[in-house]
Design a protein around this ligand. Structure first.
Ligand SMILES: Nc1nc2c(ncn2[C@@H]2O[C@H](COP(=O)(O)OP(=O)(O)OP(=O)(O)O)[C@@H](O)[C@H]2O)c(=O)[nH]1
Length: 534
């Protein structure tokens, strides 16, 4: 054999060896499960993203836009509310109108925070948005909406929570209490009287309240390190779900499946809240693949199911939370603006606080806007989170216009050069048109001052199908850019993830896995599916 032939044989052998090694590495990566970070099949999800120490990916806004609403793709819409629909009243009935609220001019923000810490920024100070100024200044609040009666000139939306509740009820013919509708998760009892008293106390002595909110940096809690935290959270996810995996895998891996077995698998998918359309699509694909691949063993069944579920969760949208500033705020850059929305009791305030901790742990400065002027306790709750992380909190008087508070928060955040402004909004039933109009207004008003980078819709994983109806309506009103699925620790469900992404194209970005301050984790399809399969 000539030398040339020997060399050619050696080169060919090396090429084959390299190909084998490459394939091996690829397979090993695909099998790796990590809550921290990892190459996943939807790698576009991390493009441009920066992963903070918490394992949550953060990025600057402007890289993605809210997905167009694929209305034609909607399924299961029968009987579900849309924007403009109300559960109890016909579309053309009289509604509460929009109210023009004068907003502070962008040049005199210090004056508008009077009655607080005289415009000085403290590490954890609170500021109260005053009653709206008598003379309206720019920017004007958007148009009157809907077929409402024009309201009397100069009137402002300063109803107390009790008045507002009655007003809503009056418009819809529904019970005054949101809880009474049965669509709202139970909440800790809070007397309306106490809320009103609280508002009274605050309006009498705003300065005292600011002092009470102030925490010295030494009091700021240490934030849990990422390593143990991720492991702990992953454990919680697995515990709640292994029943699903065992049940489906038990059937799939049992060999020849009859119609009853397929029906049982579909039922299990439905019970996990995957929804009829998603469940039947998954069954269809499983049937085809089981036959094509000749799936016989439990391991083969597991690999197939994992692949099919991962594909169902894939998205081209980024899962990065757009909470990083546009440029350096100390050098003329603008803070990121994040709006947190959702129905009552889903965990908005808690998520806002947890997210603030993630940012602060990453060395970012944060300002919190308490635009939940409906529930005094929510404002207090956010104030406490502010103290815990050392963030300034802008709050409005109870019953104040939430759009005004949100605007002022963004204004203040820009003036003081923070990295991110997180605005917590009041819980609102998606079926209440007046409240959804109000939320749309909050977003439009904030948009006048700064680009809203992220609108996070907080969904409670335990509410099942209702979560999808909520997502549809909120996405229509405020262009939701990301979903936070809370309370996954307390349920074996959570299949709403599949439906929301499939129908709205809005990625699930974060998951809440407990009431603890650091129980917020990035949503990672790979880990989620593995936990689902147990
Ligand atoms: N188990 C569990 N509980 C959670 C999670 N997130 C929030 N909660 C709890 O859910 C309850 C409601 O949370 P909030 O943050 O007050 O909810 P909200 O959406 O701001 O409520 P409203 O302002 O009334 O609309 C609180 O008891 C939270 O501790 C979670 O991920 N897991």
């Amino acid at each position: 054999m000539s030398t040339t032939n020997v060399i050619l044989i050696i080169v060919a052998a090396l090429v084959v060896l390299a190909a084998l090694v490459g394939t091996g590495i690829l397979l090993a990566r695909r099998r790796r499960v990590s809550l921290a970070q990892g190459e996943r099949e939807d790698t576009s999800a991390d493009q441009g993203g920066y992963r903070a120490g918490s394992g949550i990916s953060l990025s600057s806004g402007g890289t993605t836009t809210a997905p167009a609403h694929p209305v034609e793709d909607r399924t299961e819409t029968e009987g579900q509310p849309g924007v403009g629909d109300d559960a109890a009243v016909p579309r053309d009935s009289q509604r509460r109108g929009m109210v023009d609220v004068p907003l502070p001019d962008s040049t005199d923000s210090d004056a508008t925070t009077s009655g607080t810490a005289t415009g000085e920024r403290s590490p954890a100070g609170g500021s109260t948005v005053p009653e709206t100024p008598a003379e309206p200044e720019s920017p004007a609040v958007p148009e009157q909406q809907g077929p409402s009666e024009p309201e009397s000139e100069g009137s402002t939306d300063t109803a107390t929570p009790l008045e507002r509740t009655e007003e809503e009820a009056g418009n819809t013919g529904e019970p005054a209490s949101a809880e009474a509708t049965g669509t709202m998760p139970p909440r800790a009892p809070e007397g309306a009287e106490a809320a009103v008293e609280d508002a009274g106390a605050r309006s009498e002595s705003p300065t005292a309240e600011v002092e009470a909110d102030t925490a010295s940096p030494a009091e700021i809690e240490p934030i849990e390190p990422s390593t143990g935290r991720l492991e702990r959270l992953r454990g919680r996810l697995s515990r709640s779900r292994s029943m699903f995996g065992q049940s489906v895998l038990g059937l799939l891996g049992a060999g020849d499946l009859d119609e009853d077995s397929w029906e049982e698998i579909e039922d299990t998918l439905l019970m996990a809240d995957l929804g009829a359309t998603t469940a039947s699509e998954i069954i269809e694909r499983l049937r085809t693949e089981v036959a094509a691949r000749g799936v016989r063993t439990p391991d083969q069944a597991r690999a197939l199911l994992r692949e099919v579920l991962m594909d169902a969760l894939a998205t081209t949208q980024s899962r990065s939370v757009q909470a990083l500033p546009h440029g350096d705020p100390a050098d003329g850059g603008k803070p990121a603006v994040v709006l947190v929305v959702g129905v009552n009791g889903t965990g908005k305030t808690t998520t806002t606080g947890k997210l603030a901790r993630v940012l602060v742990a990453d060395g970012r400065s944060v300002l919190l806007g308490a635009a939940d002027t409906f529930r005094a306790a929510a404002v207090e709750q956010l104030g406490t989170w502010g103290e815990r992380v050392g963030a300034e909190v802008i709050r409005g008087e109870e019953g104040a216009d939430p759009a005004s508070v949100a605007f002022e928060s963004v204004q203040r955040g820009a003036d003081s050069g923070v990295d991110a402004v997180l605005v917590d909004t009041a819980g609102r039933l998606h079926t209440k048109t007046g409240l959804m109009d109000e939320l749309g207004k909050v977003k439009r008003v904030v948009d006048k001052r700064a680009q809203v980078d992220e609108v996070l819709l907080v969904l409670d994983a335990t509410t099942g199908q209702n979560g999808l109806a909520q997502a549809r309506v909120f996405a229509d009103v405020v262009d939701v850019t990301g979903i936070v699925l809370t309370k996954l620790d307390g349920t074996a469900k959570g299949g709403i993830v599949f439906q929301v992404q499939r129908e709205l194209g809005v990625p699930v970005k974060l998951v809440g896995l407990g009431e603890g301050a650091d129980d917020l984790a990035p949503f990672e399809p790979e880990a989620f599916v593995d936990a689902l399969l147990g």
